[in-house]
Design a protein around this ligand. Structure first.
Ligand code: ATP
Ligand code: MG
Length: 570
């Protein structure tokens, strides 16, 4: 490909909304173009990377025994009503109407459509298992689209769905898909980890997320040297060090103290000369079923995913100020468990391990000190509802956990019969008895994986593509294309590289050398071959790897072989 006839326009400046490096570099390297918030054009160079990843994904999924199909982006509301997700999915679901006022969704995922296709064809255990996948455009009306391709509203995902007559069969496919995902990310040369993920209310199921480790990741991963890894949403916490001894004699019952203007744990702790860990943090929430109270130690955070599971609800939000006042009789920011009635209280075990504590007094500008859990209040439920943190004991080996940032690029999930039971997707067993099919689903974000590759592979000059995802493998630069000898040598090298099957991008533009070098660094193809006036006089080309930019020279006649040799080490 020749730059002069290609469609490639690099940018000098970062787009103003580009917060993370992959967004900045993909935009500046002329690979993506923002059309609206979270909606992008994949420009020709960007599309080549996307296509390369898609090819790898297809190869590995086919090897795992999955079969490709394509479902429509637009699906009728009825299917979503049948599964219950028309109501449950919320505002991320883009709902549209046709000219007859019929309602449709733009698919954010395709469990309903695939379950419908399978139930109308598969009736017997003999036809199972089956594993189907597609690579298509999804739409999710994300509340905060950002980070370019990483959290778009319109994005490309590979989604697969498997159907089974037994849990063992699902397990077999699940393991095959796990291996396929590992192969995909290995082949992309990404550093990643597969971690246990939350399975929500479905229960008993298994789920893993594939996380590309990067400081800009939106997810937090708890990891241990023993191999345990879990999304912090899921990571099981254990006993941690107690706070320092209570600094005063413990009163026979809690005492109210005036804490004017201080409501955050840090402020009140400073005011009362206590440790944040002496406090009981009280969070009042509203679910689709009830109001409830979560208690964690003052230096911990409530884990909403765990709390949702404990409360067995699908929707959870902070209660309104008015409702908090009504429930506690006191102002927001001063809530505490002592004397609270009429709501379910869920306490984290660390709260119950506090010998003495301080907490809100359910009265404006007041806190209680000398509160003894179990004596002064008794929660209905004691359960792990806090966010795991650095130093928490590993649930497998007890060593202190580390917390790292990760980008979730893939998610595999044992769905069980959540969809098949609601949508009557049944099979007949050997005895002629009908059962709902057991399902698995497997998502992999295409654009997000390409972006994650850039997050992991760049330097101060630009992208350093891992070879398997590089739009082109070699950039050929003619430094003074106006000099006939240079032009001739570059043209010959271009033809020879192509003939040798090398994916070469030829910067034949009439631009200054500095501009060409900067662009080459920004775009980041693995190998660079430079032909200039001085070199041509000596019969030489200059080659380098983008990764280390160490230059070597080779006779023009050997330049193709040298480029291929460098590519092998890229
Ligand atoms: P997240 O928690 O990041 O929103 P999710 O749990 O909603 O992700 P899934 O429904 O499991 O994601 O989707 C499967 C895969 O699709 C994800 O692992 C991710 O790679 C990709 N993906 C999900 N949402 C987006 C998005 N808004 N933009 C780009 N890729 C996405
Ligand atoms: Mg999401």
């Amino acid at each position: 490909m020749r730059w002069s006839t290609y469609f490639l326009y690099t940018l000098r400046d970062n787009p103003s909304d580009a917060e993370v490096i992959s967004h900045q570099l993909l935009a500046r390297a002329g690979m993506i173009d923002k059309v609206a918030a979270g909606i992008y054009t994949y420009l020709p160079l960007g599309w080549r990377s996307v296509e390369k990843l898609q090819r790898i994904v297809r190869e590995e999924l086919n090897t795992a025994g999955a079969v490709e199909l394509v479902m429509p982006s637009v699906a009728p509301a009825e299917l979503w009503q049948e599964s219950g997700r028309w109501q449950a999915y919320g505002k991320e679901l883009l709902r549209i109407k046709d000219r007859h006022d019929r309602e449709f969704v733009f698919g954010p995922t395709h469990e309903e459509v695939i379950t419908d296709a399978v139930r109308r064809r598969v009736t017997s255990y003999r036809q199972l298992p089956t594993n189907l996948y597609q690579v298509t455009t999804k739409f999710r009306d994300e509340i905060r689209p950002r980070f370019g391709l990483m959290r778009g509203r319109e994005f490309i995902m590979k989604d697969a769905y498997s159907f089974h007559a037994s849990a063992e069969s699902l397990d077999e496919t699940y393991r095959a898909m796990e291996r396929a995902y590992r192969r995909v990310f290995d082949r992309c040369k990404l550093s990643y980890t597969a971690v246990e993920a939350d399975t929500g209310n479905i229960g008993g199921s298994e789920s893993h997320e594939f996380m590309v480790l990067a400081s800009t990741g939106e997810d937090a991963v708890a990891a241990c040297a023993c191999g345990y890894g879990a999304n912090v949403e899921k990571a099981i916490t254990g006993p941690i060090a107690p706070p320092p001894a209570w600094p005063a004699p413990v009163p026979a019952k809690p005492e109210a103290v005036h804490t004017p203007g201080a409501s955050s744990v840090a402020d009140v702790a400073a005011f009362l000369k206590l440790d944040a860990a002496h406090f009981i943090k009280t969070m009042i929430v509203e679910t689709d079923k009830e109001f409830a109270v979560a208690l964690v130690r003052g230096d911990d955070e409530v884990n909403e995913v765990k709390l949702k599971n404990v409360l067995d609800c699908t929707h959870l939000a902070l209660a309104s100020e008015a409702r908090i006042e009504q429930l506690t009789g006191g102002a927001m920011g001063f809530s505490g468990p002592v004397g609270l009635t009429g709501v379910r209280v869920v306490a984290d075990p660390e709260v119950m391990r506090l010998a003495v504590a301080a907490t809100g007094a359910n009265r404006a500008d007041h806190h209680l000190v000398g509160v003894v859990p179990g004596r002064d209040f008794t929660p209905e439920v004691v359960a792990d509802v806090r966010v795991a943190r650095i130093g928490d004991p590993c649930p497998r080996c007890g060593a202190p956990l580390d917390i790292k940032r990760g980008i979730e690029v893939g998610h595999i999930f044992k769905l069980g019969i959540k969809y098949s039971s609601k949508m009557a997707c049944n099979y007949l067993d050997e005895k002629g008895l009908s059962h709902p099919m057991i399902m698995g689903c497997y998502g992999l974000g295409i654009g997000r994986t390409v972006a994650a590759a850039v997050e992991q592979n760049h330097d101060e000059h630009g992208i350093v593509w891992p070879r398997p995802l590089a739009p082109f493998e070699v950039e050929l630069i003619a430094l003074n294309p106006d000099v006939p000898a240079v032009r001739d040598a570059a043209e010959k090298l271009y033809a020879d590289l192509q003939a040798a099957g090398v994916e070469v991008f030829y910067d034949d533009r009439d631009e200054r050398p500095g501009v060409k070098f900067n662009d080459a660094d920004l775009i980041g193809f693995p190998v660079r071959v430079v032909v200039g006036k001085k070199g041509v006089e000596l019969g030489q080309a200059e080659l380098s790897l983008r990764r280390d930019r160490v230059k070597v020279t080779a006779p023009l006649a050997d330049a193709v072989a040298k480029a291929r040799e460098l590519l092998e080490s890229a």
